[in-house]
Design a protein around this ligand. Structure first.
Ligand code: UDP
Length: 484
């Protein structure tokens, strides 16, 4: 039997957080478009966020389906209906949430036994999927929704612990043995990397499961970070395939607009508002699906946007948890009428970033947001908060040179620790720098446009990510045939 005749069946299992599910769903659709049969594992409420786009993919003749597992929220001590990381607002709840996620192992195992897929593509935060894959002698691929750059920085920090040689949290050090000279401070690296959180053991499990897996599938493209793709594969000796930017698989406005969640403003209204602005004039501000700001910080952002005197689109994701009197200046929205728009809830981010009116993106540097901006050729004001966002910031500002930092230097999860407030004049200064048409900003815009073109070429037939996905499919088919 020829390798081509074997229909590959993939199980895609995303972690239950928007920043993990969104790219995994995109990637699942890409595999389905490449003739694989794809099953996505989700909980009922999470499945409802993407079932329409999966249905549309199926209607186009592709084999893609969703398998739901009930999420044991109450058994783990969580409020009912708490099925997504963006419902979680404290470390205690996070611990319970992770317990509930671990309880998926048994029903997942039954599902694998029943359907006998050829491969499991698992989010990195589900380390026990390796035990299931081992039990049924199928390969486990890790979907790691970050950059090669941040994987390399993480590994180098783990191996050489350069943060142990500095006298204070704010003293800069160079990350050893990387292709570029990358400067960080101890305050910017994650708690668990400094062994300061209850999740150290969990991250050890993640690391061990990753090391024993078939390889890593990455949402990135070769031309973006060639030195780090090579470094990861050659120096660190790992197998990896880059298949991104996966957001580019959404080719029609409905799929783009409904990505993640239903937006709080309809796509037509959003586009109409953007159409009313001149090219590259709008400041787009959005901090992903999880970031939380305190009221004093939101107030500083509001005043900075007003003072910068540019049209803006500001997504205030966690607004419902704070009273607006605490952070919205008196009469702000009336004064900003026609000039700035506050979006309370979910924004159709990819639709916005690809509109020619957008001039800069103020971002928390989540990898999806970063790559979506790169794919749209948009420069960034970087404002990292937690996870590996400070590493992504360094890629943007020090390697790619397509953005400027707002100056946030403290890694904090859930605001359980004081994070210094970034003042309005500092925010206004970087926005003005990026928007004033000066030489530095123009250089960044030019580079961002070039990277955007490369990103789009990478996923076209013959592009580097397209070719890597073909190689991966062939390798999995060969593996599966040998195993049968
Ligand atoms: N996103 C969106 N609208 C919003 C907020 C976020 O579409 O209002 C999407 C964004 O386009 C990205 C994802 O949610 O695909 C967030 O992922 P990222 O890695 O940037 O950050 P995280 O939310 O994981 O911190």
């Amino acid at each position: 039997m020829g390798v081509e005749s074997h229909p590959l069946h993939l199980f895609c299992f995303p972690f239950l957080a928007p920043g993990h599910m969104i790219p995994m769903i995109d990637m699942a659709k890409l595999f389905a478009e490449r003739e694989a049969r794809v099953s996505i594992i989700a909980t009922p409420s999470n499945a409802s966020l993407f079932e329409k786009t999966i249905y549309r993919t199926r209607c186009s003749g592709h084999r893609i389906e969703i398998h739901c597992l009930e999420f044991p929220s109450s058994v783990a001590g969580l409020p009912d209906g708490c099925e997504n990381l963006n419902d979680i607002q404290s470390i205690d709840n996070l611990i319970d949430f992770m317990k509930a996620v671990d309880m998926f192992q048994e029903p997942f195992e039954q599902l694998v036994e029943e359907h006998q897929p050829d491969c499991i593509i698992s989010d990195l935060f589900l380390p026990w999927t390796l035990d299931v894959a081992d039990k049924f002698a199928i390969p486990r691929l890790v979907f790691n929704g970050t950059s090669f750059f941040s994987l390399c920085v993480t590994e180098r920090i783990q191996r050489y612990a350069p943060h142990k040689n500095v006298a204070s949290d704010m003293e800069a050090f160079i990350v050893p043995c990387l292709p570029h000279s990358i400067e960080l401070t101890k305050s910017q690296i994650p708690d668990f990397a400094k062994a300061q959180s209850g999740f150290v053991e969990f991250f050890e499990r993640v690391k061990e499961a990753n090391a024993r897996s078939f390889g890593v599938v990455m949402n990135t493209f070769y031309e973006l970070e060639p030195a780090y793709v090579e470094h990861y594969k050659m120096e660190l000796g790992r197998k990896a395939w880059n298949v991104g930017p996966v957001s580019l698989c959404n080719r029609n406005t409905v799929d783009v607009a409904e990505r993640g969640k239903k937006a709080c403003i309809g796509p037509d209204d959003c586009l109409k508002w953007l159409d009313g602005n001149t090219s590259a004039s709008v400041v787009y501000v959005c901090f992903g699906s999880l970031s939380q700001f305190t009221a004093p910080q939101l107030l500083e952002i509001a005043l900075a946007l007003e003072a910068s005197n540019r049209p803006f689109l500001w997504v205030v994701g966690n607004s419902e948890k704070l009273s607006e009197n605490e952070w919205l200046p008196d009469g702000f929205e009336e004064r900003m009428q026609g000039k700035g728009l506050i979006m309370r809830g979910w924004a159709p981010q990819v639709l916005i970033l690809n509109h020619p009116a957008v001039g800069v993106f103020v971002t928390h540097c989540g990898w999806n947001s970063t790559l979506e901006a790169i794919s749209a050729g948009v420069t960034m004001v970087t404002w990292p908060m937690f996870a590996e966002q400070f590493y992504n910031e360094k890629l943007i500002t020090q390697v790619l040179k397509i953005g400027v930092s707002v100056g946030c230097r403290v890694w904090v999860l859930y605001e359980e620790m004081e994070r210094p407030v970034i003042r309005r004049d500092q925010i206004e200064k970087v926005i003005t720098l990026m928007m004033d048409g000066g030489e530095e900003a123009e250089g960044m815009r030019k580079r961002a446009k070039e990277l955007g073109e490369m990103a789009n070429r990478a996923v076209e037939v013959g592009g580097s990510s397209y070719a890597d996905m073909s190689r991966l499919i062939e390798e999995l088919k060969t593996y599966s045939l040998k195993a049968k």
